[in-house]
Write a new protein. Structure first.
Lengths: 270, 356, 284
């Protein structure tokens, strides 16, 4: 039954309230990052951007960003590749252990990340591998590749299996089908999976904490500073990280929009 | 395997686990023919086409194409092509790219590909500027034509159709049925068509195969399927039919309530043999006491339905059997509902089925 | 085709299975093995003993476990109530706003949990965003709600909201509109539609949502640490401490095994009950 206007309005207001609450803490962080005082107290009396200058000049911060970026970039690439094939095994091909595979994929997502991080630490220790940002990549993959797989799988579910059968019927072999049909059709899913993978890796703390060894990612450093005592750099860097994420998402959206516009205009020309 | 048939199936069996979808089917399809396989859902016709195209493997038996065994050949290496029920047009490609896809797989030069695609657009009465259109911009009927053009670009030995018209509305379906028949004439290709609608099959096909529970019930030209069905199943599958349970004896027939005239001789049923006497509703006449029919039966007019150009009557006999009569609107009978009527039909318009 | 499908299925699952074998199952085996080592050793070449499990009962670690499970249960129930109207709105009422809401909620996930919880501290602390401004305007402040069990549960609700919201919305969208309309037409009240139509048909989404939020909340650390000021110690916190400050890997492993068994059996029980193909909309 169509919801009444009142129901709709009440639910809409409720939804806006939830969004507001979701982002309220970030508002506080935002204000904190532009407070001039070294010790934060609201209401803020004097504003200053000096912390942003300090952050951008800091060599530590540059190292942190580089580590976080390296981890996130490699995790993104590997996750997308694994998720492409994983999603086909999850959603497309009817093979004997498909349902087992589907359930297996969910396990790391359900798993407490702290425990997973510690377990990996012991495993690397048993193997004699010294933890560094490279081991963190492996740790992130265990958690992020399944999530990326689910995202691509949703896309894989939405297209007609007959498309691949039709291509095969017209003479295409498996590799050609993957290249000409499956890959282009899954592309939007792969892009969102890549975006998710990057951002989840970028913001991950519990897995990084135990698996980066001497290296440190941005969330780890922020946490260490938070626990050891307030530093104005924490909100500043936090906000920079959030802004970076938002810019990345906007770029992705703009890019998708651009591609669609070009494609449509090309079709409309004829 | 020497054979004149283009496609030959011999003892083809297909099982899925414990379920047997096809029980040893034999079939010959000739070059250039429009062959249609008809059956209700679950009869095995979809399984059949997937085997023929190579998307499933047969469990037992053999399939020959031009005398060569192909049942081990995977779909992408068979010289046949199918138009899918969903059409399976690639949404990420333009109309032109869709049509050129099979040519691209064979590394045909781009210019030659485009020339062929434009030719096919012409053949299917699609404007040439559709070449760059996206699939999402095409209507249902246009998509059908694009799918056909793509299949023809493949230049298959046999073109298979898996109920491609079933999702369309009635008028468009009727138009496309005729276009398909016309396309068959113009291309001279062998078409193998699958549908659950015998009406669709009758319009287009040279020969029709009726499937039931994984077996062919009857394979014949359309006229024979309609007027000379081999079984009750086939007779009833093609729309309305009147079947009388009869018994043979002394060169004539006896049946409950049925008065048989002296001229109605028959030799198909032996003495005491049971069968079904079939007459289609349009051959049943309303009569009166003076009328002279080979077969006559009396009853009461129950209901009258207007079916557009025709009128359909339901008559209940004294034994409780319902008889369907159809008349053209201009030949409408002037009988009141609930009144007693005498019905009759001539032996020439009947057909005997040797089963109950 | 079936053979080909099977082959392709196996092949395409390989990269994922390789990661799982190398970085999921192997570490779990190591954890299991360490849990039966004598206290405070760092290698597996010792005679097994079960002393670490005994410590779990003797030294009150079971209390942390109960706290974790209790708070997880509480936050799951709160989430169910909080998310249902919103999920219903997303699935049945909103049109364009569903996308806005989805993007807003998903984007919040990309911000590190720490920063968001830290933001709540800045918001709720004495002299924080709320109390500071209220004191400046009215002259009267109030005690900070931080550092207690209710605020930890609120933190769990806040952090795991997306994990309840999206499965629930997906579940509710599986309830056909005409089934609800037919029920209303047959004289069902709103409450009857809710209990007789919505809940049974949305059950897969409810199960997945509850399972995800409960399991994730049961293994959480940061909420209790940052918002709770360690008013309560969670089991995951104990595990972390055993590994880091305690330098007792066998103890940490034993606590992990206990948590994993509880969470794992719940998760397996849950996922074996839902048809993923159906929830995710497989065509055939």
């Amino acid at each position: 039954m169509p919801a009444s206007a009142l129901t709709r309005a009440v639910l809409l207001i409720y939804g806006l309230l939830v969004i507001a609450l979701l982002y309220l803490p970030l508002v506080s962080v935002g204000f904190a990052s532009v407070s001039k005082a070294r010790y934060l107290s609201f209401p803020i009396k004097r504003y200053s951007y000096k912390w942003y200058g300090e952050v951008l000049e800091s060599g530590t911060v540059r190292d942190l960003l580089l580590t976080s970026l390296s981890v996130a970039a490699i995790v993104t690439i590997l996750s997308v590749v694994i998720a492409f094939f994983g999603a086909l095994a999850f959603a497309r091909y009817d093979w004997s252990y498909r349902s087992t595979f589907q359930k297996l994929i969910l396990l790391p997502i359900f798993f407490p990340q702290t425990v997973l991080g510690l377990a990996l630490l012991m495993w690397f220790n048993a193997l004699g591998v010294i933890p560094s940002w490279k081991t963190a990549v492996v740790a992130h993959l265990v958690w992020i590749a399944p999530i990326a797989t689910l995202i691509v799988a949703i896309r894989a579910y939405s297209f007609d299996p007959a498309l691949e059968e039709a291509a095969r019927d017209m003479g295409a072999n498996t590799v050609t089908i993957l290249r000409e049909i499956t890959l282009p059709l899954l592309m939007p899913g792969l892009v969102s999976a890549g975006l998710f993978a990057f951002l989840l890796s970028w913001g991950n703390f519990p897995l990084s904490l135990f698996t980066t060894g001497a290296d440190s990612t941005l969330p780890e450093w922020l946490y260490a500073k938070m626990v050891s005592g307030y530093s104005p750099l924490v909100p500043t860097l936090g906000i920079l990280s959030v802004v970076g994420s938002i810019l990345l998402i906007l770029t992705a959206f703009a890019f998708g929009w651009l591609i669609r516009t070009i494609r449509d205009s090309r079709a409309a020309q004829h | 395997m020497a054979s004149n048939a283009l496609l030959r199936l011999q003892g083809v069996v297909k099982t899925f686990g414990t379920f047997t979808a096809l029980h040893g089917v034999d079939l010959d399809i000739n070059e250039g023919e429009f062959f249609t396989i008809v059956g209700p859902s679950g009869s095995g016709k979809s399984t059949m086409i997937r085997l023929l195209v190579g998307m499933d493997e047969i469990t037992d038996g053999a399939i020959w194409l031009r005398g060569e065994r192909i049942d081990e050949t995977p779909a992408n290496l068979r010289p046949t092509c199918m138009v899918f029920q969903s059409l399976a047009l690639f949404p990420h490609m333009s109309v032109g790219q869709n049509i050129e896809f099979p040519l691209k797989l064979r590394n045909v030069a781009p210019a030659a590909r485009k020339a062929r695609a434009l030719e096919l657009l012409d053949l299917l009465h699609l404007p040439r500027n559709y070449y760059d259109k996206r699939i999402s911009q095409c209507s249902g009927g246009e998509r059908q034509r694009v799918a056909l053009a793509r299949a023809l670009a493949f230049d298959p030995e046999i073109l298979f159709f898996d109920e491609p018209l079933s999702a369309l509305d009635y008028r468009l379906r009727k138009t496309l049925e005729k276009e398909l028949k016309d396309l068959h004439h113009r291309t001279g290709k062998t078409f193998v068509y699958i549908t659950h609608s015998l009406e669709e099959a009758m319009v287009m096909s040279d020969r029709i195969a009726i499937m039931k529970a994984g077996r062919f019930e009857q394979i014949a030209v359309a006229d024979d399927i309609y007027s000379r069905p081999v079984s009750r199943f086939v007779a009833e599958f093609m729309g309305e039919v009147n079947l009388f349970e009869v018994t043979g004896g002394a060169g004539t027939l006896t049946g409950a309530g049925l008065s048989v005239g002296p001229e109605a001789r028959q030799t198909e049923l032996a003495d005491g043999e049971e069968g079904l006497l079939m007459v289609r509703p349009e051959y049943v006449q309303f009569g009166d006491a003076d009328s002279h029919f080979d077969y006559a039966i009396s009853g009461r007019l129950l209901e009258e339905y207007a079916l557009g150009s025709r009128i359909q009557y339901e008559v209940e006999t004294t034994d409780g059997q319902i008889i369907t009569v159809e008349k053209l609107r201009e030949d409408r009978a002037s009988v009141r509902l609930g009144s007693d009527v005498t019905l009759g039909f001539d032996a020439a318009n009947t057909h005997l089925i040797a089963e109950r | 085709m079936q053979k080909l499908n099977n082959k392709l299925g196996y092949l395409s699952s390989l990269p994922m299975l390789a990661i799982f074998a190398m970085a999921f199952f192997a570490p779990l085996i190591v954890v299991a093995l360490f849990s039966i080592m004598p206290p405070k050793v760092f290698s597996l070449s010792n005679a097994p003993d079960f002393s670490a499990y005994a410590v779990f009962f003797q030294q009150g670690y079971y209390k942390s476990l109960l706290w974790s499970l209790g708070m997880a249960l509480a936050s799951t129930l709160v989430l169910l109530v909080v998310c249902w109207p919103l999920a219903f709105g997303m699935a049945k009422v909103f049109k364009g706003f569903t996308l806005v809401l989805t993007i807003a909620v998903v984007m919040s996930l990309f911000v590190s949990e720490n920063i968001r919880l830290f933001g709540w501290v800045l918001t709720l602390m004495k002299g924080g965003l709320i109390e500071g401004h209220i004191r400046a305007w009215t002259g009267n402040g109030f005690d900070s709600p931080l550092y207690g069990v209710p605020i930890i549960i609120s933190g769990l609700v806040y952090v795991y909201l997306p994990f309840m919201l999206f499965p629930l919305a997906q579940g509710i969208s599986m309830v056909p509109d005409d089934a609800r309309q037919a029920a209303a037409d047959l004289g069902a009240t709103r409450w009857q539609i809710f209990t007789q139509i919505d809940i049974p048909l949305a059950a897969p989404g409810i199960v997945v949502g509850c399972l995800l939020s409960f399991v994730l909340a049961a293994g959480a650390v940061a909420e209790a640490k940052i918002l709770g000021g360690q008013a309560v110690i969670t089991i995951a916190d104990d595990i972390e401490t055993a590994f880091t400050f305690g330098q007792d890997w066998p103890l940490g492993s034993a606590l992990s095994v206990i948590l994993i068994v509880i969470i794992g059996s719940l998760a397996l029980f849950g996922v074996s009950r839902v048809d993923l193909d159906k929830i995710m909309g497989r065509k055939r």
